[in-house]
Ligand binder design. Structure first.
Ligand code: FMN
Length: 342
């Protein structure tokens, strides 16, 4: 979709529906991904809990974990029926639990299996079907294996491929180490794109801010940011203007926080703790005076049973917008350093 030019990555435990509502208030255009949901969970589990989301989150892509084509087709159809705008297949996640079910990054070694799965998903839904992968795993030589993998899934009908530009080393590294230790190789992804003008390719991995993201957009069709977007959500406020060329002011972080109050009220009214919503908002004011007090008040108070969503306004009163000319002042540097140490 045109929104693929900028997306927020699928992240387990992070990009849940509450996080996505928050991110959507910061950017109207970014494509938002769910956490990975396994086919087994969708076929046998509590679908409202696994798949329920708010209309305000659109456009939103459902990421599936699995490898059995008929299960993936059935799960994709259920996802499309729930209103997801895209169905994505996870071929990049390295965790053990995931390997044992034969899905995630280990599928990089089985392009034919992935191609069958993509073909089955395409036959089942009308929305785009996409794949998220690594450049390779373990012993593979990505120069050699990645083009074959990508061409196989494209031939099977994949509408777009997201490439996390590092290998996954399935022996011996934790999932977290697998997001930092294997080196990034952007040039390989750029060449992959240059050789396939008709296949949309999205670059993911290590993009730390919008300067890096927009620079990469000269070479690929889209960028996907994970940790930087989650940890520094204010960067999303400039995406509509800087990536999508829209006129109008960037979303104001104070206004976004205020708009989260009625949303949090609806969540709390359904019996959930306020912290389910506020935990995603802790980084909103990183680098601004009061950011640490904001973070601390929300962290300590919103986990308490019965915490009132108006706590967000109390926390907001502790934050100050930096003076424009003082954006990189010594006071901010101290605040940022204090936050980093906290
Ligand atoms: N990738 C997936 O494809 N599916 C997931 O469910 C998933 N969960 C993640 C959870 C966390 C907490 C993090 C940090 C990453 C996860 N990833 C997952 C990987 C990200 O989607 C992304 O590929 C990776 O973090 C690299 O991008 P980044 O450097 O912009 O963060």
């Amino acid at each position: 979709s045109p929104n693929s030019r900028f997306s927020v990555a699928p992240m387990m435990d992070w990009t849940d529906r509450h996080c996505r509502v928050f991110h959507r208030l910061l950017s109207g255009r970014a494509l938002l991904y769910t956490e990975m949901v396994t086919t087994g969970a969708i076929l046998h589990g509590d679908r409202e809990k696994l798949l329920g989301f708010s209309p305000a989150e659109h456009p939103v892509a459902l990421q599936l974990g699995g490898s059995e084509p008929s299960d993936l087709a059935a799960a994709a159809r259920i996802g499309a029926d729930w209103g997801y705008d895209e169905i994505n297949l996870n071929c990049g996640c390295p965790s053990d639990r995931v390997q044992s079910g034969r899905f995630g990054a280990c599928l990089m070694a089985e392009p034919a299996v992935v191609a069958d799965a993509v073909a089955a998903m395409k036959a089942a839904v009308g929305v785009p079907v996409t794949v998220k992968c690594r450049i390779g795993i373990d012993h593979q030589d990505p120069e050699e294996s990645l083009p074959g993998f990508v061409d196989a899934v494209a031939a099977a009908g994949a509408d777009l491929v997201v490439v996390h530009a590092r290998k996954a080393w399935l022996d011996g590294l934790s999932p977290k180490e697998n997001r930092t230790v294997p080196p990034l190789d952007y040039p390989l992804v750029y060449r992959l794109k240059a050789d396939r003008p008709d296949l949309p390719i999205v670059l993911n991995g290590g993009l730390g801010d919008l300067d890096q993201a927009t620079a990469a957009l000269a070479r690929v069709d889209g960028v996907m940011l994970g940790r930087a977007a989650y940890e520094h959500p204010r960067l999303l406020a400039a995406v509509d203007r800087r990536v999508f060329g829209e006129d109008g002011p960037d979303a104001d972080p104070f206004a976004v926080a205020e708009r989260m109050v009625p949303y949090a009220e609806s969540v709390v009214a359904r019996g959930f703790r306020l912290s389910n919503v506020t935990r995603h908002m802790l980084g909103l004011f990183n680098g601004w005076p009061g950011a640490r007090a904001w973070r601390r008040l929300l962290t300590v108070e919103s986990v308490k049973p019965g915490a009132d969503p108006r706590l967000i306004l109390d926390a907001l009163a502790l934050v100050r917008r930096p003076e424009p000319q003082a954006a990189t002042s010594a006071a901010d540097a101290v605040e940022a350093a204090t936050d980093a140490a906290a």
